[in-house]
Design a protein around this ligand. Structure first.
Ligand code: G6P
Length: 611
């Protein structure tokens, strides 16, 4: 287990060495860094300091309204980290909210995308999270509150990690840096009980922008109650906006520890598979499994999970972290990414392929024949596994799942399909709510590849989803019933899949006069209301009797769903049908209803119906 060496190390070392190499690091290491920020401070006025990659800049800030969370303004003067202190940029903190995450532009160079997630902004967000946490958790005499910080492979990760660390440490919290880590591992660190790793932590921050381009980055926050939701994120951003730079100072004091927490997390995954296989040391011996991490944070899965379990992983690809994502977007929803892992499976004659998104909260798989387990098929597979363990249980999914999936879960597996809203947090919270009112649910999963199980503390964890597949492979092998991935393929036998499926994303032009100064959200709602009314008068169409998001309609042997995107000024339209012709009929019905909404860009739909 971890050994802590209380060795003060200069801040420059921290900036250079915080990203670890999974393969070469010793598992049980922890290091203490001195960042020179006084450990206890009053909230009214404290020092806010940040480091750039090259120079250290620090500032005194005043914390106007930080404990009340009441905004004086949502704008703050924040310096670009690499610029002189006098070069301030206006940052609208609330614009950094993306549902239950914070996301922004962290790297300059992309036209039309000015940097708004600077180091000062990150430091203010760290300080604001500290204040939020201090209001909810009582630090006791014997120990201060502690927060873990991890990041994915993005090129802006380390500078944001150091900045956010300073914000937290400046508020008197202990900071524990994990370096390259996965989002689920960060949540897990709030649950792990192991003092050698300073766990459990009181709060955790993952620095990631999931599959978004290299210039973006962001933060996800956790406590042991789960991921923070939209209101909490807004609260933190409002607090951060009230932290304003006052003057420059030379240095600050803080204590930042560094531990290899991923060793704890990966050993938990390994232990879970061994346990499911009757405590066999190498239950995956004889299996060839290839991993595609898309140069994100998921490369650990090959060397730290599959190999200790006995699997051969040769042919695994893009395991090295590279924040420019040179090979493909790390995203199991992306066609190019799925093609890449399928090719690797074929070329290596592997039993299974596994692919992760950048921060490993999403995943998908490919069987030995190249059949993809993603979207509805991944949900069907996970439902089959979970319903074997918990007969009759309710599976909560997002709104864009197919009718075929409902039939499969309810008729073939004997479970209940609760098609809820889009958004991983929405489905997880709904499953927890159902359990609280007496409806048993063990699985909350999205077509995006996000998924959480009750047995895993509702952790939104792409790696754990794959562990469930590995358990299945291992137990089939142990019982002599199957040695390849056919045990998984057989589980989705009978899932009806549409001959035609498409998603079109219709953009709302926020500057169009048709919005009449209103919000894109209100405009989108008006489009949906109009569509709903039109559908009622069309004998070929039938509104879904139970629906939690947008307008879902059956017709021509298929269905469509038009809804508002969770974050963007976009109305995503999903259509599934038995043929292209039927899909076009559904598309025409939508087009007829939305064509009078001039701020809605229907070009993609126009093209689709004209094909
Ligand atoms: O509503 P959309 O624009 O399709 O986005 C929906 C997606 O947003 C984010 O990426 C969330 O992490 C996902 O859980 C969700 O599925």
């Amino acid at each position: 287990m971890a050994v802590m060496s209380a060795m003060p190390i200069p801040n420059s070392f921290l900036a250079q060495h915080c990203q670890r190499n999974w393969q070469s690091n010793t598992k049980s290491s922890s290091v203490l860094f001195a960042l020179d920020i006084p450990s206890t401070r009053p909230f009214q006025v404290w020092k806010l300091a940040w480091t750039g990659m090259s120079a250290m800049q620090s500032h005194i800030i005043s914390m106007r309204g930080i404990s009340s969370g009441k905004p004086t303004s949502n704008m703050c003067n924040a310096a670009q980290s690499t610029n002189a202190v006098s070069s301030f940029e206006k940052v609208d903190f609330l614009k950094l909210q993306n549902g239950s995450d914070i996301r922004g532009v962290a790297v300059a160079g992309v036209e039309g995308e000015p940097v708004n997630l600077t180091e000062p902004v990150a430091e203010a967000i760290g300080a604001a999270f500290a204040a939020w946490l201090l209001e909810r958790k009582n630090p006791n005499e014997s120990r201060r509150l502690r927060v873990s910080i991890g990041h994915d492979s993005r090129i802006s990760a380390k500078k944001l990690q150091d900045a956010v660390s300073l914000g937290l440490a400046g508020a008197g919290l202990d900071v524990i840096q994990y370096g390259l880590a996965s989002t689920p591992a960060m949540f897990n660190s709030t649950l792990t009980v192991d003092e050698t790793f300073f766990c459990p932590v009181d709060g955790s921050i993952m620095i990631t922008a999931s599959h978004l381009p290299y210039n973006r980055n962001g933060f996800k926050f956790f406590t042991n109650a789960g991921g923070l939701g939209k209101p909490d994120i807004k609260d933190i951003l409002v607090r951060a906006a009230n932290i304003c730079v006052k003057e420059s100072i030379q240095s600050a004091n803080a204590t930042v520890k560094k531990v290899d927490y991923m060793a704890v997390y990966t050993s938990d995954l390994v232990a879970a598979v061994r346990k499911a296989a009757g405590n066999t040391e190498k239950p995956l011996e004889g299996f060839h499994i290839v991993v595609d991490a898309g140069n994100g944070a998921g490369g650990f899965f090959a060397g730290e999970v599959l190999e200790p379990l006995g699997a051969i992983t040769t042919g695994s690809q893009f395991l090295e972290p590279d924040g420019m994502f040179p090979n493909h977007i790390p995203n199991p929803e992306d066609k190019v990414a799925m093609k890449a892992i399928t090719k690797a499976v074929h070329e290596n004659k592997a039993d299974l392929g596994i692919i992760f998104d950048t921060d490993v909260d999403r995943s998908a798989a490919v069987d030995s024949s190249g059949r993809e387990f993603n979207r509805n098929r991944l949900i069907a597979l996970m439902s089959a596994i979970v319903l074997e363990e918990h007969p009759g249980t309710t599976v909560v999914t997002d709104s864009v799942t197919s009718d075929g999936l409902t039939t499969f879960i309810e008729k073939k597996l004997g479970g209940k399909h609760h098609r809820f809203r889009r958004g991983y947090k929405n489905v997880i919270d709904e499953a927890i709510r159902l359990n609280s009112i007496g409806e048993e649910s063990h699985l909350a999963i999205e077509t995006s590849g996000h998924g959480a199980l009750e047995e895993n503390n509702w952790l939104d964890d792409g790696a754990y989803l794959m562990v469930k597949l590995l358990n299945k492979l291992a137990s089939a092998k142990a019982s002599g019933s199957s040695s390849g991935s056919s045990v998984l393929t057989d589980l989705v036998e009978g899932l009806e899949e549409p001959a035609f499926a498409v998603e079109l994303r219709l953009k709302i032009d926020q500057n169009h006069p048709d919005l009449k100064g209103g919000s894109f959200h209100d405009y989108g709602e008006a489009v949906l209301k109009h569509l709903e009314n039109k559908v009622t008068s069309d004998a070929n169409l039938k509104k879904a009797p139970i629906n939690y998001e947008g307008v879902r309609v059956s017709g021509y042997g298929g269905w469509f769903l038009l809804r508002l995107s969770l974050h963007d000024p976009v109305l995503p339209l999903n259509i599934e049908a038995p043929s292209n012709e039927d899909a076009v009929k559904l598309g025409l019905a939508v087009l007829a209803a939305v064509k009078e909404f001039f701020a809605l860009d229907t070009l993609a739909l126009d093209k689709f119906v004209q094909q």
